[in-house]
Design a binder for this molecule. Structure first.
Ligand code: ADP
Length: 618
């Protein structure tokens, strides 16, 4: 026994030594392979890189579970993940991210773990599992923050923004994008900067802030051109063209559509945004009265939209088709296109609504801690404070706001349908339906127009607190000048005399103040005495903690019993035939003043003019 043992002993040592030697040899050669794989990956030579990686994994198979190997494996999985990320092969990305996550935890490599969490989040987000995605992004964000890993913080913010954008929560999306672009500009790659500017432009376009959309698209185009990124240039041209066509800048719209087409030519079917470009071209053809061409391109555009599951573009395509057919009085096909459009629109809205709900659920299931992490990344401590304190109220407000937004948005669509079909019937049966039909059509039209105005106002009421900029120093005198300019026509018509005393500069939100003064001055003109010229005095008074503003008129006045209810939505004191209106103007004023932290009321007597007063904190 003893002898046998001692005989075996040297062999054992020898084996072990050999193993050690060959292990260190393997480690060295794998390190070289990793370096090569990394370089190929950075040059986007993925095929070559994958070969090196495979070879490396093969040399490591014998040493599985040896601790020294773990860092090498982690490197390999990270390069693999990087490749799949660039290739947008998300199933494979997930396959390589999971071991990477395990390894980085085992190695207590915080940065790598944060990176892996971010990418796992991206996989979930692509699979529309937004809740898990956000949780992963936040976890990664917290880790990156504590390690000072700024590049990852920035990418987390952008990806959180992307999720919110997918959930149609534009405000939160913009918020994240803005922080990333402003505070982390130094660590953002050119690609991500361009993509983010395109995303912001898209959000602005959806919010119908077209001028801003153009600004962001132009910014993206500029950076893409500088970096020589053809794909992104094409995309930027496409989106620019779409927005310009909406705002009626046809010449420029055509220019950018042509540019986009040039860039997309060599990658016909795979180019991002190809469906949008086709619909732009169809729209242009339609504008140029080439209905035949417009129809064909629109159909191609719809097919392309369907292939990439771009529901919004598909809708746009059917809407355009309906218009084209209507223009050539092909009512049967116009009807069909419109019908498909309406059905799809209903599905689209349903989907949007369920995403709204999910968005709410996500935001309010985020634990307090997670919300704080997010707040921490915001340089602006004021915002952080607000974020912490506003929990419950914000939730309720948000639900209300979304309710109003959704209802008014959803209601506009069936209404549009009524309008379109009435128009179609009217055109088709003009003169065949008896004498009164003309009057009936007029009533329907008036009803539709009025309902539209109401829904617009409701929508405006619901979205007051969206996309506000500030608080920032605002010259109230300027605000009143803008409001007056907007009301110019009415002021001239009624020869209104508006006196404005010296106004201060206050810390506030300019767009809201403009709306506020515009509504009050507009009412002062509208509810003037039947005879005589409206005289309006706008004044201000500095108080201990507030500015007190007054808008005084010499109009018909308000009974004191009605002084409160006029600030409620849809409350009016007069018939529509007497005074046009929707009953939302003062409700908007009330909401704006509350939003800015003040109070609004009216002092008046019937027949003796009214003074609307409101306070704003200093
Ligand atoms: P709208 O002007 O669309 O009717 P508002 O919410 O702006 O809706 O106003 C609600 C109601 O308050 C008005 O219908 C009107 O009866 C009354 N009102 C508002 N401003 C004045 C004013 N300056 N003078 C007299 N009545 C007013």
């Amino acid at each position: 026994m003893q002898e046998a043992h001692s005989e075996n002993f040297p062999t054992y040592i020898q084996n072990n030594e050999m193993k050690e030697i060959s292990l260190s040899h393997t480690i060295q050669s794998v390190q070289t392979l990793i370096e090569k794989a990394r370089q190929s990956e950075q040059k986007d030579d993925f095929g070559r890189s994958l070969e090196w990686i495979n070879e490396a994994f093969q040399s490591l198979t014998r040493y599985r579970n040896i601790p020294k190997i773990a860092p090498l494996e982690a490197d390999l999985y990270q390069i693999l993940s990087q490749i799949y990320l660039k290739r947008q092969d998300f199933p494979k990305l997930e396959e390589s991210i999971n071991p990477l996550l395990d390894l980085s935890r085992q190695l207590e490599d915080g940065e790598r773990e944060a990176w892996a969490l971010l990418n796992l989040g991206i996989v979930h987000s692509i699979n529309s599992d937004y809740k898990s995605a956000i949780t992963l992004f936040l976890e990664s964000l917290e880790k990156s923050e504590s390690l000072g890993y700024r590049a990852n913080v920035a990418n987390c913010l952008i990806n959180i923004g992307n999720v919110y954008a997918n959930l149609y929560n534009y405000e939160d999306a913009l918020d994240r994008y803005r922080i990333a672009l402003n505070d982390y500009a130094d660590v953002l790659s050119e690609n991500i900067r361009v993509a983010t500017n395109l995303n912001i432009g898209n959000l602005k376009h959806t919010a119908e802030q077209y001028e801003l959309a153009v600004e962001y698209f132009e910014k993206a185009l500029f950076s893409a051109e500088k970096a020589g990124k053809i794909d992104m240039m094409a995309h930027a041209h496409t989106l620019l063209s779409r927005t310009l066509l909406v705002i009626g800048d046809i010449q420029k719209g055509i220019f950018h559509a042509q540019k986009a087409s040039e860039f997309m030519l060599d990658r016909v079917s795979s180019a991002t945004g190809r469906q949008i470009n086709l619909l732009n071209l169809a729209q242009i053809a339609f504008i140029q009265a080439d209905t035949e061409g417009a129809t064909q391109i629109a159909i191609q555009g719809i097919a392309a939209a369907r292939r990439v599951h771009d529901d919004a573009s598909e809708l746009r395509g059917f809407r355009l088709l309906a218009k084209i057919f209507e223009s050539v009085k092909d009512f049967r096909r116009a009807y069909r296109a419109q019908l498909i459009y309406s059905r799809r629109q209903a599905d689209f809205l349903k989907m949007q609504r369920s995403l709204h709900a999910l968005d709410l659920e996500i935001r309010y299931s985020l634990s307090e801690k997670q919300r704080k992490i997010e707040a921490l990344t915001k340089e602006n401590s004021y915002q952080a404070l607000l974020l912490e304190q506003s929990g419950q109220i914000a939730q309720q407000n948000e639900q209300l706001r979304q309710f109003a937004f959704i209802t008014s948005h959803d209601l506009k669509e069936p209404l549009r349908m009524i309008g379109t079909f009435t128009q179609i019937i009217h055109n088709q049966y003009e003169g065949k339906l008896g004498e009164e039909s003309g009057t009936y059509f007029k009533f329907i039209n008036e009803g539709v127009n009025r309902m539209n105005a109401l829904l617009d106002a409701l929508l405006q009421y619901a979205t007051i607190d969206k996309n506000i900029i500030g608080p920032e120093p605002v010259d109230v005198g300027d605000v009143i000048r803008i409001a007056r300019a907007n009301l110019n026509l009415k002021i001239e018509e009624t020869d209104a005399n508006i006196l404005c005393l010296d106004m201060p500069t206050i810390n506030s939100v300019q767009s809201l103040l403009t709306q506020l003064f515009q509504n009050l001055i507009g009412n002062a003109i509208k509810f003037r005495q039947p005879l005589g010229r409206p005289i309006i005095l706008i004044s201000t008074e500095e108080q201990a903690e507030h500015w007190l503003f007054s808008v005084e008129d010499n109009g018909i006045g308000i009974d004191s019993k009605d002084a409160e209810r006029i600030f409620t939505i849809f409350q009016r004191l007069h018939k529509r035939t007497e005074y046009e209106g929707t009953g939302i103007g003062l409700a908007i004023c009330h909401k704006i003043v509350s939003q800015l932290g003040g109070r609004i009321w009216v002092e008046s007597e019937l027949g003796k003019g009214s003074t609307f007063r409101f306070t704003l904190p200093k």
